[in-house]
Design a protein around this ligand. Structure first.
Ligand code: CP3
Length: 342
């Protein structure tokens, strides 16, 4: 029996959509917090294959999701390329910045990234042995634009201002950085696939701030390049693209990039997305994460509405973005029960 997520990704319309959740291993779960404390800090957890395996499996044990997503972070690629990376509690990531040619020239050659990333491949290998036979293993990486926004600014930014400034003022350097990240991402995802990832997802969390021709050049084109390179070696491995807040940019995204599935954020209505995006193939999404905090009848109604809107085509149920630390684990169960039992 083929796994449900792989059937949906192959274009099958299933009576009940398979389900997993962005950030399903995370701080809303007491068992995650305990393992993270054991690891010491977030990055030590990412680079410890036994503990990263443990936190990946925790939401599978608790809820029986149809997919497990590798526990790691999109910012491990910049670190592997030579950027300094640390996390400030309560604030988020900090990195050394890349704003000049001299900064760029200090990055490590591609062949050296695996030194840093080897523990991640080991996590994938252990997971592919330990996961239940019905659970799909998803690997991932950040999309080049999103990763570049952190590498340029040295932190998360509300409007990606520093990255847009470099794009305008030093376009050749900006494009060289995007190309380097694209190449590293291809190698990184190929290694995850060779270690046992059955699907890969490309997170372009800040795609929404690219407009017009910039969206085409810096969101569509890198996703197309990465997908083509992966498919050249592993044609049967499905790719999920997540150009978050792309709005009208979701239309035709799968065709333009070759991805097998488009993940939708919750700023688009499921009815609109069914008519404009799902017509080209599988979609994933798109319940607002706040329902995992607020729960109740609103959660049930909204979950049912999403399942119904996407019921005439291939669909994987998910949130529109990651679950937040203030979520109630019981609301996650309520969402799953509603998807599975109507
Ligand atoms: O989804 C999963 O469960 C898999 C693991 C995963 C993490 N980050 C773990 C994580 C995945 C797929 C990511 C992707 C990621 N990381 C993205 C793209 C998706 C998105 O959310 O838009 C981005 C932009 C990052 C970068 C990042 N990592 C930020 C901005 C932060 C700080 C914000 C926050 O939520 O704390 C992180 C930290 C992070 N990555 C945590 C987890 C579980 C929390 C760290 C902790 O335990 O303190």
């Amino acid at each position: 029996m083929t796994k449900t997520i792989l059937r949906a990704l192959a274009g099958e319309t299933l009576p009940t959509p398979p389900i997993w959740m962005m950030r399903q291993a995370g701080r809303y779960l007491p068992e995650y917090k305990a393992t993270r404390a054991e690891a010491g800090d977030f990055l030590s957890l990412c680079y410890n294959p036994e503990l990263a395996t443990e936190v990946t499996l925790q939401p599978i044990r608790r809820y029986g999701f149809d997919a497990a997503i590798l526990f790691a972070d999109i910012l491990l690629v910049p670190q592997a390329l030579g950027a300094d990376l640390w996390f400030v509690t309560g604030e988020g990531p900090r990195l050394s910045t890349i704003t000049t040619q001299a900064d760029f020239d200090k990055l490590k050659p591609l062949a050296d990234i695996h030194e840093t990333l080897n523990p991640v491949y080991e996590t994938v290998r252990i997971l592919s042995r330990e996961l239940p036979s019905e659970t799909t293993l998803i690997g991932f990486a950040g999309a080049p634009w999103t990763v570049a926004t952190y590498m340029i600014a040295g932190r998360g930014t509300p409007d990606q201002g520093p990255a847009h400034a470099l794009r305008e003022e030093s376009n050749a350097l900006f494009e060289a950085l995007l190309d380097r990240i694209t190449e590293a991402t291809i190698d990184y995802l190929l290694m995850q696939i060779e270690a046992g990832a059955e699907v890969v997802k490309i997170f372009d969390s800040w795609a929404g701030s690219l407009k017009g021709d910039d969206f085409r050049k810096y969101a569509l084109e890198p996703a197309r390049k990465i997908t083509a390179a992966l498919k050249a070696k592993h044609p049967s491995i499905p790719v999920i693209g997540f150009p978050r807040e792309a709005g009208d940019g979701y239309i035709g995204f799968a065709k333009a990039t070759g991805v097998d599935c488009v993940a939708l954020d919750n700023s688009v209505s499921p009815e609109w997305a069914a008519a404009n995006v799902q017509v080209d193939g599988c979609v994933q999404g798109n319940l607002a994460s706040r329902h995992m905090v607020t729960g109740g009848q609103e959660l049930v109604d909204e979950t049912r509405a999403i399942v119904k809107a996407f019921s005439n085509g291939p669909h994987i149920f998910n949130l529109g973005h990651g679950i937040t630390p203030d979520a109630d684990p019981e609301n996650v169960q309520l969402m799953i029960d509603t998807v599975r039992n109507g």
